[in-house]
Design a protein around this ligand. Structure first.
Ligand code: FE2
Ligand code: FE2
Length: 194
């Protein structure tokens, strides 16, 4: 679950469309938020196990996803959007959400890690912190999925998408791996092997 939107299934090919990748990351984030809700509202007898996936995903992907948006997709959107999209005010709000998230994520990870280590349900302020985090992240996802990604699909050019995709790969150190896979596939398009 910690590879973000970069799903490379066995025998399959990686998704090259950065808008689709970001959407896939949003789907995974929604699963993580649902898992956090279950952890605080219906703590199970396997709390440690149940906290592990949300902890790992947020630890490995949360900041990288924000950087994909703040440094790769949003600048292109500001450049390409039409005035009627009113994109600047929307992206200003989303970037402020990201900053707020950066202020919360350390505490959220500490609480989840304690659940993984101690198998105990959060209470008091920790309960409220997780509830607040899940609710604010869910609102953020709704705006990005309903407004931002459709505008990106309509306005971004092919070259923009290629550059965003390249930045997303490079951020995770996947660029050299992908070049290697694509080089092999191009060398032998039938088998994909040398
Ligand atoms: Fe997002
Ligand atoms: Fe975002």
């Amino acid at each position: 679950m910690t590879s973000g939107g970069f799903i490379v299934r066995k025998g399959g090919t990686p998704e090259r469309d950065p808008i689709q990748l970001i959407h896939s990351e949003h789907l995974m984030m929604r699963e993580v938020l649902d898992a956090i809700d279950r952890l605080v509202l219906e703590p199970s007898s396997h709390l440690s196990e149940a906290a592990l996936e949300p902890y790992g995903y947020l630890r490995d992907e949360y900041l990288a996803h924000h950087l994909d948006e703040d440094e790769a997709m949003f600048p292109f959107l500001r450049q390409r959007a039409e005035p009627e999209d009113r994109i600047d005010e929307i992206l200003d709000r989303l970037e402020a959400d990201h900053d707020n998230g950066h202020g919360q994520i350390g505490r959220v990870l500490t609480i989840l890690k304690a659940m993984v280590d101690n198998d105990k349900a959060p209470c008091g302020q920790d309960f409220e912190t997780l509830r607040f985090f899940a609710a604010s992240e869910r609102r953020h996802l709704i705006v990005e999925n309903a407004i931002v990604l459709p505008i990106a699909r309509a306005r971004l050019k092919k070259a923009d998408l290629a550059e965003i995709y390249g930045k997303m790969l490079a951020r995770r150190g996947f660029d050299r791996v992908m070049n290697e896979i694509e080089g092999r596939t191009n060398a032998n398009p039938v088998s994909g092997k040398e």
